[in-house]
Design a binder for this molecule. Structure first.
Ligand SMILES: Cc1ncc(COP(=O)(O)O)c(C=O)c1O
Length: 366
């Protein structure tokens, strides 16, 4: 469906459908950039959630200094849509990916990548040498998430070893503290983010002590970016979920962002008085962070009931009645994995549909 064929209102839209509340989305974006308006720290939002060039462009027009993506496939989509100030935040390993990276860099040399192994770095260096490319690289540092990244105390030696690769230009470090994003208590989150930034600083200082410049120090997510930015060595933050938010993030204290994304569903069966069935199950709402929350339906809770079906279960205190044909909205528990299930964002403002944004990088997991 393109924007010219949109039904006029939400009522006329087929379901299940992913709905963006334009006002809340714009408010979230404005609040994020306002938080860094007087800061020396720039914002490079993460598009691994939204996966949509239209959203990327809106962010760039409202204060973003480049974007992040998680995967090469997402970078290919963004570049094809004219956006190429991109940091790919996941290590690129394996001959097929390295070949695709080279093809992308040939036309988009500003794209930056991360590395955390000499094998990985060496393969990219070798591929780049044949093409006369100089690849901008950030060293990925483990600041406590224990996922990718070299240990902070090994960063300097690693940076030194990278000098053997003439086609890689080390421009900085990335240290993402994903394990802290959802800590409910803001003070606890601030304290732990500060400690994570201290380990990132250990890496930066160690590298600089060798006479190697570290112009970029990038870190942070929706839950921690303002805390990370308090550290004097941090230059850039990469929040992403703030754009739409989900029920898991909404339960995280101290964040100024609101829910801007729901799944619209239809009641397709109401055979029992204490539950109804809707047309949104595992294929419409991800469950990795728990179940979605019905919106404005107090006393009803959601449970998946299969790939295509979901249950809304009535608690005794529920005041709203639901019957076949009724429409309900659910707040996803995890937006990244929910968005990846859908073809498009349907954009509404005050109940009127105003646009349809194709989720062009949906499914681009390679
Ligand atoms: C490396 C990296 N940076 C930034 C983010 C954005 O974090 P959030 O979605 O919590 O804002 C993510 C999300 O997973 C990430 O993996």
């Amino acid at each position: 469906m393109n924007a010219t064929h949109l039904p006029a209102s939400l009522e006329d839209l087929d379901t299940p459908a992913l709905i963006v509340d334009a006002l809340q989305y714009e408010r979230n974006v404005a609040r994020c950039f306002a938080a860094f308006a007087n800061s020396r720290v720039t914002v490079r939002p993460h598009l691994k959630t939204a996966k949509t060039p239209i959203v990327a462009r809106y962010l760039l027009e409202h204060g973003a200094q480049g974007i992040c993506v998680a995967k090469l496939g997402e970078a290919e989509i963004m570049a094809a849509h004219g956006i190429d100030d991109i940091l790919i935040t996941t290590e690129i390993v394996g001959a097929p990916k390295v070949a695709r990276l080279m093809a992308l860099l040939r036309d988009h040399p500003r794209i930056r990548i991360v590395v955390d192994s000499l094998d990985g770095a060496g393969a990219i260096d070798q591929a780049a040498s044949g093409l006369g490319l100089r690849v901008q690289v950030l060293l990925d540092v483990n600041v406590g998430q224990n996922r990718c990244g070299v240990q902070p105390e090994r960063a300097a030696i690693f940076a030194q070893q990278m000098q053997q690769f003439p086609n890689l230009e080390l421009i900085g470090v990335q240290g993402y503290e994903g394990h802290l994003q959802h800590l409910r208590d803001p003070e606890d989150r601030r304290r732990q983010a500060r400690a994570a930034m201290e380990s990132l600083a250990l890496a930066v200082v160690g590298i600089r002590d060798l006479g190697i410049a570290v112009p970029v120090v990038t870190t942070g997510g929706t839950g921690t970016s303002v805390f990370c930015a308090e550290h004097p060595l941090v230059t850039e933050v990469q929040p992403g979920s703030f754009i739409f938010m989900d029920s898991d993030y909404l339960a995280t204290g101290g964040l100024p962002f609101v829910s801007a994304l729901t799944v619209l569903a239809t009641v397709i069966s109401a055979a029992s008085s204490d539950r109804v069935v809707i047309d949104a199950g595992h294929k419409s709402l991800s469950m990795d962070s728990g179940f979605a929350q019905p919106k404005n339906l107090s006393g009803w809770r959601y449970e998946p009931a299969g790939d295509e079906h979901g249950l809304l279960i009535r608690d005794p205190g529920a005041t709203v009645n639901l019957t076949v044909g009724d429409r309900v909205e659910l707040i996803p528990s995890h937006i990244d994995t929910t968005v990846n299930l859908h073809d498009a964002f349907m954009v509404q403002r005050d109940g009127m549909l105003e646009d349809c944004w194709p989720i062009v990088a949906r499914g681009k997991v390679q």
